[in-house]
Design a protein around this ligand. Structure first.
Ligand code: LLP
Length: 425
């Protein structure tokens, strides 16, 4: 958030108890159960508006659904004017179901299938972010078969190090994403020869959770040079999509403010007379959500003390997958001297931890914990591993809340499965 701007505190502590806006998290846990993701509508709106204002309205904000695809979350942003960045036919379906304007939807992803391409053509999206020449030809063929002209931008890979976790770095020469920027001129020349695609722009996304603006500036300087070259070659570049990736604070990170980020983007490509698209996911939703969990047991093994909670790696995989550190707070007041603990879930793997070697005050069974900054890549990456039912999701607004996704039932766990007696006996 910008220095000086009074940040809306979506999760304040009142009377010693952590709240989501004006609703006590204890109340949500009592009525909905745990584990539950809780999102603040006020925080979602505030962050969307802050980013929009940082760009002075000069960018189309295509919210990256992959961060949090809950329909109510997407709807809250769409109602403010957000478009969508989708990465699969499923996300396209969700974006449309949430009311997104197809002319504000961009579609990125290295493995678009025929059915997904067709659905995006039928919806009439703003642009396909094309990740290979083979995909370009496929889109051309599918569009031809449907008598449509597909708007395309190549996703170019500028070979810039985003200085983030390797699993979420996408703009390096060694990554599977996009086409090498040095081959872009040839790729655009090929696009021009195809009947059923229309070149509309250039796209670039170098990674996620960036905590410095320099990699964005370096990448966009290369995009800028490419745009000039492409225009020189007669391509109408009317759209520049700068991707997502702005980092947030989980613990001690000091990510750029939205203003600093917008300044860097606008300085690099703001004067190019093109529509600017940004695809933020994490920055909008991460700190608008918490994962609410209940303590089941405390246990001491010889070398370690564990707090076992009812949320696990299937609910929130970021600590296991990226070694991410996410803050954990007791919901009620916890007294007693903090001790070093691992906060773990019930899943049968040692990678099932939400935090390791964390100082927490003693917690009795039944106590509630909130994992902060869990609004992005939390529920969206959750699974049914260990036949665990996926968590409920709740959206809070002021002193009201609504369950926006019910906790799965046992029957949901076996939906679609059958036992073919002729084979199984
Ligand atoms: N656009 C494209 C093409 C992307 O691949 C991504 C993220 C975004 C936009 C949004 O990036 P954001 O603004 O959220 O950084 N699961 C990981 C993050 C994976 C990001 C993948 N791509 C995590 O939990 O850290």
């Amino acid at each position: 958030m910008s220095a000086g701007a009074a940040e809306f505190d979506a999760f304040p502590r009142r009377g010693g108890v952590l709240h989501a806006e004006r609703v006590a998290l204890e109340q949500i846990a009592a009525e909905v159960g745990t584990p539950t993701y809780v999102y603040s509508a006020g925080a979602l709106r505030e962050r969307y508006r802050a980013l929009d204002a940082a760009f002075s309205g000069r960018a189309t904000i295509c919210y990256a659904l992959k961060a949090n695809m809950n329909l109510a979350v997407v709807r809250t942003l769409v109602a403010l004017g957000a478009g969508a960045d989708v990465t699969s036919g499923g996300e396209l379906f969700r974006a449309l179901r949430a009311g997104a304007d197809p002319s504000r939807i961009v579609y990125s992803g290295v493995g678009k299938t025929d059915a997904e391409i067709d659905a995006a053509l039928d919806a009439g999206i703003r642009a396909f972010n094309v990740e290979s020449r083979a995909e370009l030809r496929r889109i051309d063929a599918r569009a031809g078969a449907r008598s449509r002209r597909a708007p395309i931008a190549f996703r170019v890979n500028p070979d810039v190090d985003p200085e983030t976790h390797p699993y979420i770095s996408t703009g390096l020469r060694t990554s599977k994403f996009g086409i090498p920027i040095d081959e872009a001129v040839d790729a655009y020349a090929e696009a021009k020869t195809l009947q059923n695609v229309r070149v509309v722009g250039v796209d670039c996304h170098i990674g996620s959770q960036l905590t410095r603006v320099e990699p964005f500036s370096d990448a966009l300087a290369r995009v800028r040079a490419l745009v000039s070259e492409l225009r020189g070659a007669g391509h109408a570049i009317e759209l520049i999509d700068v991707g997502g990736g702005l980092g947030v604070q989980y613990t001690n990170e000091t990510p750029p403010s939205p203003e600093a980020y917008a300044r860097a983007v606008l300085a690099a490509v703001g004067d190019l007379d093109a529509e600017l698209v940004v695809e933020p996911g994490r920055w909008i939703t991460a700190n608008a959500g918490v994962l609410l969990a209940r303590v089941l047991y405390e246990k001491d093994n010889e070398a370690k003390r564990f707090v076992v909670v009812d949320a696990a790696m299937n609910d929130l995989i970021r600590p296991a997958l990226y070694d991410s550190e996410m803050r954990i707070e007791p919901v009620g007041s916890a007294t007693g001297a903090p001790r070093q603990v691992d906060v773990v879930g019930p899943v049968c793997e040692s990678s099932d931890f939400l935090a390791r070697d964390r100082a927490l005050a003693p917690l009795a069974p039944g106590a509630l914990l909130a994992v902060r900054s869990a609004g992005a890549y939390g529920f969206a990456m959750s699974s049914n591993y260990n036949a665990r039912r996926r968590a409920a999701e709740v959206l809070v607004e002021g002193d009201r809340f609504a369950v926006v996704r019910e906790r799965e039932t046992l029957e949901d766990l076996v939906r679609g499965e059958s036992i073919p007696r002729e084979i199984t006996g």
